[in-house]
Design a protein around this ligand. Structure first.
Ligand SMILES: CCCCCCCCC/C=C/C(=O)SCCNC(=O)CCNC(=O)[C@H](O)C(C)(C)COP(=O)(O)OP(=O)(O)OC[C@H]1O[C@@H](n2cnc3c(N)ncnc32)[C@H](O)[C@@H]1OP(=O)(O)O
Ligand SMILES: NC(=O)C1=CN([C@@H]2O[C@H](COP(=O)(O)OP(=O)(O)OC[C@H]3O[C@@H](n4cnc5c(N)ncnc54)[C@H](OP(=O)(O)O)[C@@H]3O)[C@@H](O)[C@H]2O)C=CC1
Length: 310
């Protein structure tokens, strides 16, 4: 059984409750596991309920084994609970139900991690209207709906912390322009909400994983098992990121260590955004320089008549 651990102190999140969207796979699963390891009850939510339930079964045994080992006993009064909820974040009513059922079941909602999301690789010129809308609705509108419902149904009165997982769109996102636009929208939304909801004691932050956090499900989405190894070659660390390297940073943002951090976007990318080239531009001569010499040639569209000169 794969280990679960954390650099944070045991019991840090005892009695707390979190929703993690997309919490049955990859990064979201690591976030859910680390939160549980630290004592937080977690609701994981996504569309594919069978995969989610099977993941939850595995996660429960990993955590219960880990907690028993750590306590040296088979029982733990702070044992965290894990629930699953089928929810497509693109559907407003499903999001409303996700939040209301969580508050009903646990009587609170301390943390909301907007991790669900995704996209496909495509040059912008080939993205259909439907494909564009699917990606914007998932990553931007879905995240907005989740934030709004968490706030209206619980955090407005009781405070809380939200982390929005986005992506590295620091230099735009050629080859995934739809997700770049959606994630930039969430980056900005994060700042607006951090201000609008500050007087409720709600902190809102974003976290941008570098484009190289390996999980089987993330890789499967692209149908190219080698895609992530290509990224590795051009990464400053010469390795891929691990899902645990994202979950630890999320736990930091949710924890009291970040009580003065809000409206921030934390890049967890091993400096990849500063170094990587995301798009090869072939040799070409289509970029015409502007020169005064050309500009003042007679007949040039920009040439000025002597009378118009000072
Ligand atoms: C070089 C270095 C780089 C390096 C790159 C390395 C990784 C980069 C970093 C990011 C990594 C990650 O995010 S890893 C996480 C990846 N995980 C995910 O993306 C999981 C979630 N993703 C999804 O569910 C899908 O991708 C998403 C499109 C968002 C939603 O799909 P749905 O089926 O629910 O959507 P629908 O409403 O049915 O619409 C689907 C429409 O989308 C379009 N569409 C969907 N897949 C398509 C595809 N492969 N190619 C074209 N078009 C596609 C079509 O128009 C579809 O319509 P029709 O034509 O009618 O079918
Ligand atoms: N791995 C990486 O290198 C990077 C990942 N990211 C982002 O991190 C997040 C997690 O990705 P990762 O774990 O790597 O990949 P995964 O593909 O494993 O995770 C995506 C998760 O989102 C869920 N999801 C997708 N669409 C919806 C929806 N409409 N409603 C509810 N749940 C949905 C999926 O579950 P289901 O299919 O059951 O709905 C799945 O659990 C994503 O937002 C991703 O884009 C960003 C940058 C880099």
């Amino acid at each position: 059984m794969a280990a679960v651990s954390s650099v944070f102190r045991r019991g840090l999140f005892n009695g707390r409750v979190a929703v993690v969207t997309g919490g049955g796979t990859g990064i979201g699963q690591a976030i859910a596991l680390e939160l549980m390891y630290l004592g937080c009850s977690v609701v994981v939510a996504s569309r594919k309920i069978e995969r989610l339930e099977s993941a939850a079964k595995d996660m429960r045994s990993r955590i219960s084994q880990q907690l028993s080992l750590a306590e040296g006993t088979g029982s733990n009064k702070h044992a965290p609970d894990l629930s699953v909820v089928k929810c497509n974040i693109r559907e407003e009513k499903e999001v409303q139900r996700l939040v209301s059922s969580t508050v009903e079941k646990y009587g609170r909602l301390d943390f909301f991690v907007n991790n669900a999301g995704g996209q496909f690789l495509s040059p912008a010129a080939n993205i259909s209207h439907k494909g564009w809308t699917a990606v914007i609705d998932t990553n931007l509108t879905g995240t907005f709906l989740c934030c709004r419902e968490a706030y209206k149904q619980w955090m407005q009165e009781n405070g809380g912390a939200i982390v929005n997982i986005i992506a590295d769109m620091y230099k735009g996102f050629p080859s995934m322009s739809h997700t770049g636009a959606a994630r930039a929208g969430v980056d900005n939304l994060t700042k607006s909400l951090a201000i609008e909801w500050a007087d409720s004691g709600v902190r809102v932050n974003a976290l941008a994983p570098g484009s190289a956090i390996y999980s089987d499900t993330a890789a499967a989405n692209y149908g190219d098992i080698d895609l992530f190894s290509h990224v590795k070659e051009s990464h400053p660390t010469k390795r891929l990121g691990r899902v645990e390297e994202i979950s630890g940073a999320v736990c930091f943002l949710l924890s009291p260590a970040a009580s003065f951090v809000s409206g921030e976007t934390l890049y967890v990318d091993g400096a990849g955004r500063l170094y990587q080239r995301m798009w090869e531009i072939p040799e070409h001569n289509k970029s015409k320089a502007y020169t005064w010499e050309e500009d003042s040639k007679e007949g040039s569209s920009n040439s000025h008549t002597t009378t118009s000169k000072l």
